[in-house]
Design a protein around this ligand. Structure first.
Ligand SMILES: [Fe+2]
Length: 244
């Protein structure tokens, strides 16, 4: 029998088991994420619809490109919260930051002026081209100051060569690992995808994050929910997102 109505294919699962997304770029106009507050609100709504109950958004902090300070980021959060209230969207939104381990990062650690995830956790990233020259030192310095480093998207640093030894070393140094959900789909290429699944298989992943910058990412996140392996992963793997 023919039907005039195409059956809606809605994934049967969502990201609610994770509860918290702790990596995104939703503070308007201060990095390569949401350019304005209306876009930020619509992206937040999309993340809520995908199942997230709490968002800790993490603008880039890079000395050259995005010299954001805790004050700039907090001011942006205030604007976003106001706009969410006006729009009647009820979701907890907070801020931390994604710090590039560039030459200026050491001074920020020294001044203890970092915007953190709960538990004094600091989301850090490296260049995609070459390893941070001060990586070991920064990880050590962070912990000396009572911070807990969390490495953003370790699967995307191709110079780590997908070699488990490199990731084990990071973990042994005290660095937690946050894999991007979009990596599971192959959004950043097949090598990144393989590395992400390999890290999961070896139970080395602490957090999953959306790293959402724009609407295209939100659309791709819906496809992540359709991955056959995802439901089992979310059910069986204990991610630390919900503790944040
Ligand atoms: Fe990011």
């Amino acid at each position: 029998m023919f039907s005039f109505f195409k059956k809606q294919t809605k994934p049967s699962i969502d990201f609610s088991v994770l509860k918290t997304d702790m990596h995104s770029h939703l503070i308007p106009g201060i990095d390569d994420g949401a350019p304005d507050v209306d876009t930020a609100v619509s992206l937040i709504k999309e993340l809520q619809d995908l199942g997230f109950r709490k968002l800790i958004t993490t603008p880039h902090v890079m000395a050259d490109l995005y010299p954001n300070t805790p004050e700039i980021i907090q001011k942006g959060l205030f604007e976003v919260r106001q706009a969410l209230e006006v729009a009647g969207i009820d979701i907890e939104v907070d801020v931390a930051a994604e710090y590039l381990m560039d030459e200026a990062f050491g001074e920020k650690i020294e001044q203890e002026n970092l915007l953190t995830l709960p538990g004094n956790r600091v989301l850090v990233e490296m260049s995609f081209v070459s390893p941070a020259p001060n990586l070991d030192n920064y990880i050590f310095q962070l912990q000396l100051k009572g911070y807990q480093p969390v490495m953003a998207h370790p699967e995307r640093y191709v110079y780590l060569k997908s070699d488990l030894k490199n990731y084990t070393r990071l973990k042994e140094q005290g660095c937690s690992l946050q894999v991007n959900l979009l990596s599971l789909l192959g959004y950043y290429g097949s090598q990144v995808k393989d590395t992400a699944w390999k890290l999961l298989k070896h139970k080395m992943v602490d957090y999953l994050g959306t790293d959402l910058h724009h609407a295209q990412h939100a659309a791709q996140l819906k496809k992540v929910l359709e991955l056959p392996k995802l439901a089992r992963l979310l059910k069986e793997y204990e991610f630390a997102n919900a503790t944040l």
